[in-house]
Design a protein around this ligand. Structure first.
Ligand SMILES: Nc1ncnc2c1ncn2[C@@H]1O[C@H](COP(=O)(O)OP(=O)(O)OP(=O)(O)O)[C@@H](O)[C@H]1O
Ligand SMILES: [Mg+2]
Length: 654
């Protein structure tokens, strides 16, 4: 289990705090930057394309205006011409030659490809573009028909079939002809060419002064291979800006799906007329009649485009007007913006990284300082301090650490001082002990001699001898000396305890029976409360008896003035598993000042003849030897209780 736990701990990578902090910051920065970059690139991409698309949609509006402007110009020209009755009248009245010249001049001036006058039934009187061709009826022409019906001018884009074109002018028919040129995305079609022409056309009625319709004038501009309109759109809307060798903006007029007029270029730089539209765009614009706004493949490059249908007078979709800008330009803008964005993000991330490294380093070096100061403190250098210059919790922590070190140092000094005094004290006691033991040992033999001989002297001395009293005093004092010497020997622990298991009540019984008949106890009432089932203790009975005798005699001496009560009680303390013995008296008590000194050797308040001051010191030593304790509680004038605690040990001594 332990091994498993250790292994588990062992597997954990020990990593410095600074590295951990830097790694945490790094992961936050990397994740944030990654999200930022992904979202940012997406937003930039969408935005750039959306902007371009909006612009192209507006460009288509401008292109339409230019287209309609041209149609209006033709409309106005034809209408004003129809209103010039004098000119028309001369034609109608047969003066064709002069009128033809005038009309040809107007046709040239106004840039018209067709300018024709018919009679009131639509039969051609004069074709300025092909003067030899007249007399045919133009009643089937949409515009002529409309003028005949409505008697007012009309203008529209129309499809002119090849035969009609040829009648107007063989050159025009030739100009209108296209062989289809294949391109990668062109819509598939069975035909291989187109011979019809797409024309901006206007027709107006000619009235006599009485408001009778006398003829019709119509004129038009063939859009096939006429680049005036598309180039004007390119110039007006895109200012002919060139991007990487290509026109940035392009415009095209389609006849159905065929580019008849465009400035979109083939790879060789020629105009991409004769090429055709992509199928999906065709379906949406021509078949469904809706504008196409979006990216599309035009001839051989991707463009952002806008297409809308061109309708005939009868509202039939006959062609398409297109404008578009090179997608490449916007792709490049997008790329540049993304690169700038990535650069800024990278710089930001690097900046954040540097900042996070700085913060981690600051925090970890502060923590490192604290760690090494703590280590020094643990190794005993209580002068270790930490200096952290900041205005935060780390500074507070360092301050707290420093005050803790100061407090520890103070306590350590106090402890050392205490230990020093204690050591000195015990050394002093040991020296006294040794001295006492030596002196006692040396005095013991001569004292034994004095006691023996003085006894003999006393025994052999007749009772009437006057010096007998003096010898008696020698015996008494010699006995006293022997007692002191024995006490000193006991105190210096010359004797090893002879332990055996015994019930402490038995020891106390003996003590009480030894003293109760002595004169000292005559006025003293002795009370005993022995615990009935007291466990046995393993002690040296004679040494323990010596202790209790001492306590009992001290108690009696404290009550020697006028009697009192002596209580000897025992009990078992199950919590500490020990036997407790109280010796209580109702004597004079011990002052607070003396309480601290009563266990000191030679401390006595008794006269020199009565006390050596060794009794409690010896008792203390004996009880300590038995792993017990002795304590005292006293109140001056009321009495004293000494409590001895002896541990109950299961085993018998060896
Ligand atoms: N029960 C007590 N009541 C009041 N004072 C006491 C009591 N027991 C001890 N003392 C005080 O403690 C001092 C020390 O006692 P200790 O037994 O060590 O020496 P002693 O009794 O003076 O002399 P010795 O015991 O050698 O005859 C006594 O002098 C006394 O002042
Ligand atoms: Mg005593």
């Amino acid at each position: 289990m332990n091994d498993a736990t250790n292994n588990k701990r062992g597997c954990k990578l020990h990593m410095p705090m600074g590295t951990k902090l830097t790694l945490s910051f790094l992961s936050i920065i990397v994740i944030t930057s990654a999200v930022f970059v992904v979202v940012g690139i997406r937003l930039i991409g969408d935005r750039v394309v959306a902007e371009a698309q909006e612009k192209v949609t507006l460009d288509l509006n401008a292109a339409r205006e230019i287209y309609l402007g041209k149609l209006n110009h033709i409309h106005d020209t034809v209408r004003f011409l129809a209103d010039r009755y004098m000119l028309m009248n001369s034609l109608l009245s047969g003066d064709a030659q002069r009128t033809a010249e005038e009309l040809a001049r107007i046709k040239e001036r106004e840039g018209l490809d067709v300018l024709t006058v018919t009679d009131k039934n639509g039969v051609v009187l004069l074709r300025t573009s092909n003067p030899g061709q007249a007399g045919d009826s133009q009643c089937d022409d949409d515009l002529v028909r409309a003028v005949l019906d409505r008697k007012e001018p009309v203008a529209a884009t129309t499809i002119v079939m090849a035969d009609d074109l040829r009648r107007e002018s063989p050159a025009l028919a030739e100009r209108a002809r296209f062989e289809f040129i294949p391109t990668p995305k062109a819509r598939r079609r069975a035909e291989t060419g187109e011979s019809a022409g797409m024309m901006l056309k206007a027709a107006a009625p000619v009235f006599d002064p009485q408001k009778n319709l006398v003829g019709i004038v119509y004129g038009g501009v063939l859009l096939n291979r006429n680049f005036e309109l598309v180039d004007k759109i390119k110039q007006t809307v895109y200012q002919n800006v060139v991007y990487k060798g290509n026109d940035i903006g392009t415009a095209t007029i389609f006849l159905d799906d065929l580019r008849v007029s465009t400035n979109v270029r083939n790879k060789d730089g020629s105009r991409a007329i004769g090429t055709r539209i992509a199928e999906d765009v065709y379906q949406q614009v021509v078949k469904a009649g809706k504008p196409w706004l979006g990216p599309a493949y035009v001839v051989n490059a991707p463009y952002i485009t806008a297409y809308e249908p061109i309708r005939s007078l009868g509202n039939k979709i006959i062609g398409i007007l297109y404008v578009g800008v090179l997608e490449q330009k916007y792709l490049d803008i997008k790329q540049r913006t993304i690169l700038a964005f990535l650069g800024i993000t990278l710089v930001g991330a690097l900046g954040s990284l540097a900042l996070s490294y700085f913060i981690s380093h600051k925090v970890s070096s502060a923590v490192q300082k604290l760690v090494s100061a703590s280590r020094e403190l643990a190794h005993g250098n209580l002068d270790a301090t930490v200096e952290i210059r900041s205005n935060d919790e780390l500074h507070e922590l360092a301050d707290t650490f420093n005050s803790m070190a100061v407090a520890l140092k103070k306590r350590d000094e106090k402890l050392k001082e205490f230990a020093r005094t204690k050591i000195m004290e015990s050394e002093r006691l040991a020296i006294i002990g040794q001295l006492a033991a030596g002196v006692a040992h040396e005095l013991n033999n001569p004292m034994q001699g004095i006691v023996t001989y003085s006894h003999l002297l006393l025994e052999e001395m007749p009772a009437a001898n006057s010096t007998r009293e003096l010898v008696q005093k020698i015996v008494t004092q010699a006995n006293r000396c022997t007692g002191i010497v024995r006490g000193l020997l006991d105190f210096s622990r010359q004797r090893k305890p002879q332990k055996r298991s015994i019930n402490i009540n038995t020891v106390l019984n003996e003590c009480v029976s030894l003293v109760k008949h002595q004169s000292l106890f005559h006025n003293i009432q002795i009370e005993r409360t022995p615990a009935p089932d007291l466990p046995a203790v393993v002690v040296d009975p004679s040494q323990v008896q010596q202790v209790f005798m001492n306590l009992i005699i001290n108690a009696a001496e404290a009550m020697s003035g006028g009697g009192g009560r002596l209580l000897v009680a025992t009990r078992y303390n199950a919590g500490d598993n020990c036997v407790e013995i109280d010796v209580t008296d109702t004597g004079h008590g011990i002052s607070q000042e003396n309480l601290e000194r009563i266990f000191d050797p030679f401390f006595t308040t008794k006269e020199a003849a009565h006390g050596t001051g060794l009794g409690l010191a010896i008792s203390f030593g004996i009880i300590k030897e038995h792993q017990g304790t002795i304590s005292v509680e006293s109140e001056v004038g009321r009495g004293t209780t000494f409590t001895v605690r002896l541990p109950v040990t299961a085993e018998e001594p060896a």
